[in-house]
Design a protein. Structure first.
Length: 130
Protein backbone atom coordinates (compact mmCIF):
# COMPACT_ATOMS: atom_id res chain seq x y z
CA UNK A 1 0.00 0.00 0.00
CA UNK A 2 1.30 3.40 -0.96
CA UNK A 3 0.62 5.62 2.02
CA UNK A 4 0.99 9.39 1.63
CA UNK A 5 1.81 9.16 -2.07
CA UNK A 6 -0.07 11.88 -3.87
CA UNK A 7 -0.73 12.18 -7.59
CA UNK A 8 -0.93 9.77 -10.46
CA UNK A 9 2.30 8.19 -11.68
CA UNK A 10 0.99 6.16 -14.65
CA UNK A 11 3.78 3.61 -14.24
CA UNK A 12 6.32 6.03 -15.68
CA UNK A 13 9.38 7.88 -14.49
CA UNK A 14 9.16 11.57 -13.68
CA UNK A 15 10.47 12.79 -17.04
CA UNK A 16 8.29 10.41 -19.00
CA UNK A 17 5.24 11.51 -17.02
CA UNK A 18 5.98 15.19 -17.61
CA UNK A 19 6.38 14.58 -21.33
CA UNK A 20 3.12 12.63 -21.44
CA UNK A 21 1.17 15.38 -19.69
CA UNK A 22 2.73 18.14 -21.80
CA UNK A 23 1.84 16.24 -24.97
CA UNK A 24 -1.74 15.68 -23.83
CA UNK A 25 -2.21 19.34 -22.87
CA UNK A 26 -0.76 20.49 -26.20
CA UNK A 27 -3.09 18.16 -28.11
CA UNK A 28 -6.07 19.30 -26.06
CA UNK A 29 -5.39 22.94 -26.86
CA UNK A 30 -4.79 22.25 -30.55
CA UNK A 31 -7.90 20.09 -31.05
CA UNK A 32 -10.08 21.45 -28.17
CA UNK A 33 -11.30 17.91 -27.47
CA UNK A 34 -9.43 14.64 -27.01
CA UNK A 35 -10.29 11.12 -25.93
CA UNK A 36 -8.02 9.54 -23.34
CA UNK A 37 -8.24 7.46 -20.19
CA UNK A 38 -10.15 8.88 -17.26
CA UNK A 39 -7.06 9.09 -15.03
CA UNK A 40 -5.08 11.03 -17.66
CA UNK A 41 -8.03 13.36 -18.25
CA UNK A 42 -8.25 14.08 -14.53
CA UNK A 43 -4.49 14.70 -14.41
CA UNK A 44 -4.37 17.23 -17.27
CA UNK A 45 -7.48 19.18 -16.26
CA UNK A 46 -5.85 21.38 -13.57
CA UNK A 47 -2.75 21.95 -15.71
CA UNK A 48 -4.79 23.13 -18.68
CA UNK A 49 -7.02 25.33 -16.57
CA UNK A 50 -3.97 27.04 -15.06
CA UNK A 51 -2.59 27.68 -18.56
CA UNK A 52 -5.90 29.20 -19.68
CA UNK A 53 -5.97 31.42 -16.58
CA UNK A 54 -2.41 32.59 -17.28
CA UNK A 55 -3.22 33.25 -20.94
CA UNK A 56 -6.18 35.48 -20.05
CA UNK A 57 -3.70 38.20 -18.98
CA UNK A 58 -2.35 38.35 -22.57
CA UNK A 59 1.01 39.97 -21.82
CA UNK A 60 4.56 39.00 -22.74
CA UNK A 61 5.32 37.28 -19.45
CA UNK A 62 2.23 35.07 -19.69
CA UNK A 63 3.11 34.13 -23.26
CA UNK A 64 6.59 33.09 -22.18
CA UNK A 65 5.20 31.04 -19.29
CA UNK A 66 2.81 29.21 -21.60
CA UNK A 67 5.49 28.72 -24.28
CA UNK A 68 7.75 27.08 -21.72
CA UNK A 69 5.15 24.37 -21.15
CA UNK A 70 3.52 23.70 -24.53
CA UNK A 71 5.34 21.94 -27.35
CA UNK A 72 4.15 23.87 -30.39
CA UNK A 73 3.80 27.55 -31.11
CA UNK A 74 0.55 26.84 -32.95
CA UNK A 75 -0.98 25.72 -29.66
CA UNK A 76 0.23 28.90 -27.96
CA UNK A 77 -1.24 31.08 -30.70
CA UNK A 78 -4.54 29.22 -30.57
CA UNK A 79 -4.67 29.48 -26.78
CA UNK A 80 -4.12 33.25 -26.78
CA UNK A 81 -6.19 34.13 -29.85
CA UNK A 82 -9.19 31.75 -29.68
CA UNK A 83 -9.53 30.00 -26.34
CA UNK A 84 -8.61 32.64 -23.74
CA UNK A 85 -10.87 35.41 -25.13
CA UNK A 86 -13.86 33.05 -24.90
CA UNK A 87 -13.29 32.69 -21.15
CA UNK A 88 -12.51 36.33 -20.35
CA UNK A 89 -15.53 36.63 -18.03
CA UNK A 90 -15.23 33.15 -16.50
CA UNK A 91 -13.30 32.36 -13.33
CA UNK A 92 -12.38 28.72 -13.82
CA UNK A 93 -14.30 25.68 -14.93
CA UNK A 94 -13.05 25.82 -18.51
CA UNK A 95 -13.00 22.05 -19.11
CA UNK A 96 -15.44 19.20 -18.80
CA UNK A 97 -14.77 15.48 -18.59
CA UNK A 98 -17.34 13.17 -20.15
CA UNK A 99 -17.05 9.48 -19.36
CA UNK A 100 -17.07 7.40 -22.48
CA UNK A 101 -17.27 3.73 -21.46
CA UNK A 102 -14.27 1.42 -21.43
CA UNK A 103 -11.51 0.61 -23.86
CA UNK A 104 -12.01 -2.68 -25.67
CA UNK A 105 -8.58 -4.22 -25.10
CA UNK A 106 -7.89 -3.67 -21.41
CA UNK A 107 -11.18 -2.29 -20.05
CA UNK A 108 -9.60 0.98 -19.02
CA UNK A 109 -12.23 3.67 -18.32
CA UNK A 110 -12.17 6.19 -21.16
CA UNK A 111 -13.22 9.83 -21.16
CA UNK A 112 -13.52 12.78 -23.49
CA UNK A 113 -12.04 15.98 -22.13
CA UNK A 114 -13.06 19.16 -23.90
CA UNK A 115 -13.54 22.86 -23.39
CA UNK A 116 -16.97 23.85 -22.13
CA UNK A 117 -17.86 25.95 -25.18
CA UNK A 118 -16.55 23.37 -27.66
CA UNK A 119 -18.74 22.74 -30.70
CA UNK A 120 -17.80 19.57 -32.61
CA UNK A 121 -16.87 20.08 -36.23
CA UNK A 122 -19.11 18.45 -38.78
CA UNK A 123 -17.44 15.50 -40.40
CA UNK A 124 -17.26 15.47 -44.16
CA UNK A 125 -20.62 14.15 -45.17
CA UNK A 126 -20.84 12.30 -48.42
CA UNK A 127 -22.95 14.06 -50.97
CA UNK A 128 -26.13 12.19 -51.64
CA UNK A 129 -26.75 11.31 -55.23
CA UNK A 130 -30.09 12.43 -56.57
Amino acid sequence: MNHKVAGRHFGRTCNQRKALLRGLVTSLIEHQSIETTLAKAKAIKPITEKLVTISKRNDLHSKRLVMSYLYTRDAVVKLFSEIAPNFSNTNGGYLQIIRNGTRLKDRAPMAIIQFVNYVPKEKNKKKEKK
